[in-house]
Design a protein around this ligand. Structure first.
Ligand SMILES: Nc1ncnc2c1ncn2[C@@H]1O[C@H](COP(=O)(O)OP(=O)(O)OP(=O)(O)O)[C@@H](O)[C@H]1O
Ligand SMILES: [Mg+2]
Length: 459
């Protein structure tokens, strides 16, 4: 609200200032005609001012009471209407559930808003009544001054014009002043939020990481998510060197994705250190780290942009399609892209006129090509082939192996056969590394890896 209201605040302030100038001029004339007129007139608009401020407060309170319901309603609307989940919503009979909540939330919001109406009306009525009484007093005062000859008739006539002008300007001052006050309530919230966010944000240094990244070392790294009792990653020590391909395996929730976030400095360790070329990530400018990183996260974005931007996003704009096609080739997508109505220029947003849609595995290939296009010193792929066919999977892994010499490569995977390409496999259990070694060692090691491998073959 703070953000969306800021531009309204500027307009309101402009109107407030212009009304203020008008009011000062008109009131100057009025006080010159007779000193009694001005205090009377101010009394006449004061109740309206007080009323407007009180109404703004009520409005803000109602907004506050409704804000979480509004947010949930907004989410419900998105889940109910986004084409991405339309199949699931329809085929699993979720429409009535979503509609039920949309209706219930709307009714609750309406009820709260209506419940506040009598309060707003009472304030408006009291302000109008009081203002009316004082205004009548002003006109009566002016009539009394004229009738008793305290001011000449010509001056009284001028005073009528001045009173009307001053009244209009005063009302504008009050209305716009209250609007500025209303917005200031939201801006105060925004300031509190920003200060809070700044206080929580980890302090980072300014050292710049530059390619090549020869070594990444984790030294007793521990990280616990806020509100969680147990750390997601605990006491992990690890050294990664340029040219190595490391596979990370382990059961769901064992901390693999969290480890990738710690290595890339998306999160800073609670305890221990992550060192890039010997520099602690806590003392490093994160942008310099991320310019050396290519990441395919487990849940990746399907950008509603053209194919080309889906490959190049995050890199400087290019007019040269050769490297884009190289990245597309690397994930075996050339044929699929060429079949699209406008090749690299095809908009990948089904909800927009002229947009096309890819299959799940094709999207995943595109996410991989995005990371490969960056030619990063650190390449991390978190379950990159979970939706791919066997050919796609083989292509990606042989490609990863082919370009591994220049970089550090980390692949998280549940397909244990894929870990054959890795120079080293790291097995995670409950946030800790419990085994390390090559495929041949671990598959006969009698540990979790061997157990998971046996399970994957025992179908
Ligand atoms: N954003 C988050 N906020 C709070 N807890 C989280 C968050 N992400 C993960 N966790 C918790 O941290 C633990 C490790 O999660 P993580 O995603 O690292 O596991 P994972 O090994 O990648 O699992 P998977 O194989 O399912 O991808 C889990 O217990 C999970 O509940
Ligand atoms: Mg994960």
């Amino acid at each position: 609200m703070g953000v969306t209201r800021t531009h309204v605040m500027i307009t309101d302030s402009q109107r407030f200032m212009s009304a203020l100038v008008k009011m000062v001029t008109a009131c100057g004339v009025l006080s010159f005609l007779h000193p009694l007129m001005l205090p009377l007139l101010i009394l006449a608009v004061l109740p309206a001012g007080a009323g407007a401020v009180m109404t703004a407060r009520v409005d803000y309170q109602i907004h506050y009471a409704n804000v979480s319901d509004r947010n949930v309603r907004h989410m419900t609307r998105w889940w109910a209407t986004t084409p991405k989940f339309a199949d699931e919503v329809r085929a699993n009979g979720m429409t009535s559930y979503l509609l039920f909540w949309y209706r219930s939330l709307s009714e609750r919001i309406d009820r709260r808003t209506l419940a506040a109406a009598p309060r707003t009306l009472r304030i408006a009525l009291a302000a109008a009544l009081l203002g009316g009484v004082f205004l009548s007093g002003t006109w009566a005062g002016l009539a009394w001054l004229a009738v008793t000859g305290r001011v000449p008739l010509a001056v009284a006539a001028t005073a009528i014009v001045a009173v009307q002008t001053a009244l209009a300007a005063l009302s504008q001052v009050v209305i716009n002043g209250a609007a500025v006050f209303h917005t200031s309530l939201y801006l105060t919230d925004m300031e509190t939020f920003l200060n809070d966010a700044a206080a929580r944000a980890p302090r980072r240094g300014r050292h710049e990481i530059t390619a090549p990244v020869e070594e990444i070392r984790l030294d007793q790294v521990t990280y616990r998510y806020p509100g969680k009792e147990r750390p997601a990653v605990e006491g992990v020590s690890l050294t990664l060197r340029r040219g190595e391909v490391i596979a990370v395996v382990g059961e769901n929730g064992s901390g693999k994705s969290t480890l990738t976030r710690l290595i890339t400095g998306i999160y800073l360790a609670d305890k221990g250190r992550v060192l890039w070329n010997g520099h602690d990530l806590a003392s490093v400018d994160p942008d310099s780290v991320w310019s050396c990183t290519g990441l395919v996260p487990q849940i990746f974005a399907q950008w509603p942009l053209r194919v080309r931007e889906n490959v190049t996003l995050g890199q400087p704009r290019t007019h040269d399609d050769v490297p884009v096609w190289e990245a597309v080739d690397a994930v075996g997508m050339r044929e699929a892209v060429e079949e699209l109505p406008r090749g690299l220029d095809t908009l990948l947003a089904r909800e927009v006129f002229g947009g096309a849609e890819l299959s799940g595995g094709q999207w995943q290939r595109l996410a991989c090509s995005r990371a490969l296009y960056r030619r990063p010193p650190l390449l991390i792929l978190d379950e990159p082939t979970s939706q791919m066919d066997a050919r796609g999977e083989r292509d990606i892994f042989s490609r990863i192996k082919g370009i591994a010499a220049d970089r550090i490569t980390i692949v998280v995977t549940h397909q244990l056969e894929n870990t054959r390409v890795a120079d080293r496999i790291i097995v995670m259990e409950n946030g800790r590394i419990t085994e390390q070694g090559h495929y041949d060692e671990l598959s006969h090691g009698g540990g979790l890896f061997a157990e998971l491998l046996a399970l994957s073959k025992d179908r």
